[in-house]
Design a binder for this molecule. Structure first.
Ligand SMILES: Nc1ncnc2c1ncn2[C@@H]1O[C@H](COP(=O)(O)OP(=O)(O)OP(=O)(O)O)[C@@H](O)[C@H]1O
Length: 254
């Protein structure tokens, strides 16, 4: 299932935040968006899952025009983990995750054994099964983040959009969550702050600077001294980690 964003522009207030931006996720690629604070990553993702209306441009998933689709239709195809997931009302963790099943039905049917089995499976995947009856609002930031991912997994998504999915997570769960996502073997578009994690997990990266794509390519081609200095204003050297063989980044700016 391909995601195709074509010439998308988004303004918020008087500011042009996303500027004539195009990107693609082919099939089951794990594609990362990296870029400094405020460069427009969340705004771009929100206009893909239709929380923000773009001024111009096209967003299609498979052959579906997402800009013209209903939220329910989008939710039947796409799971979303947004950046801020707090609620005004409290729900039990199991109820939160069950909401991931709502787009598939006209009304939530809590007695549906199939749905409940998917909810339990999703909670197990993120290591939160013991918390099923706990109040969502009583959870820590990282626990909430894992529940929100479980809700997206319970949707049985064909595509995932993730905005900083490892926010609040300790290193064990950062790795665990990204491993889970990688193993789903579906298309993923994820905004990531940690460049080492982006290099480790992403097949392809787009670097966003002031609402435009400043660079794109496989991580080894994009996470370079020159591009990091240009986009993040930080001096670094990259190297091959002698233990893992992965791309390493040594930050030199003091
Ligand atoms: N309603 C608004 N009106 C005007 N500007 C806004 C509005 N909402 C967001 N912005 C601005 O849009 C810019 C892009 O924000 P966005 O959240 O997309 O950035 P981001 O790349 O996701 O940043 P971060 O890495 O900090 O999460 C920011 O400068 C932000 O202040």
């Amino acid at each position: 299932m391909n995601l195709d964003v074509k010439r998308l522009s988004v303004s918020l207030g008087r500011a042009d935040i996303v500027r004539d931006l195009s990107l693609k996720v082919h099939g089951k690629q794990f594609v990362g968006l990296i870029g400094p604070n405020g460069c427009g990553k969340s705004t771009l993702l929100k206009s893909i899952y239709k929380v923000i209306k773009p001024n111009t441009g096209e967003v299609t998933l498979a052959d579906t025009d997402l800009i013209k689709s209903s939220p329910k239709k989008i939710a039947q195809m796409m799971g979303v983990v947004g950046q801020f997931n707090d609620l005004s009302f409290d729900f039990a963790v199991r109820e939160m995750v069950l909401m991931g099943r709502t787009p598939h039905k006209r009304m939530l049917d809590a007695d549906n054994a199939g749905d409940l089995a998917l909810v339990d499976q999703a909670l197990r995947q993120v290591g939160m099964e013991r918390y099923a009856d706990r109040s969502y609002l009583s959870l820590s930031g990282g626990e909430k983040q894992r529940v929100i991912l479980a809700r997206a997994l319970a949707q049985e998504p064909k595509f995932l959009v993730l905005d900083e999915p490892t926010n609040h997570l300790d290193i064990k769960y950062q790795l665990q969550i990204l491993n889970i996502v990688k193993r789903l073997d579906i298309g993923v578009l994820a905004a990531l702050h940690d460049l080492s994690l982006a290099a480790k997990y992403c097949d392809y990266l787009y670097v966003v600077k002031q609402g435009r794509i400043a660079a794109e390519g496989p991580p080894q081609e994009v996470i370079t001294r020159r591009i990091i200095a240009d986009v993040f204003e930080v001096e670094c050297e990259t190297y091959t980690n002698p233990v893992t063989g992965e791309l390493g980044i040594a930050y030199l700016t003091s």
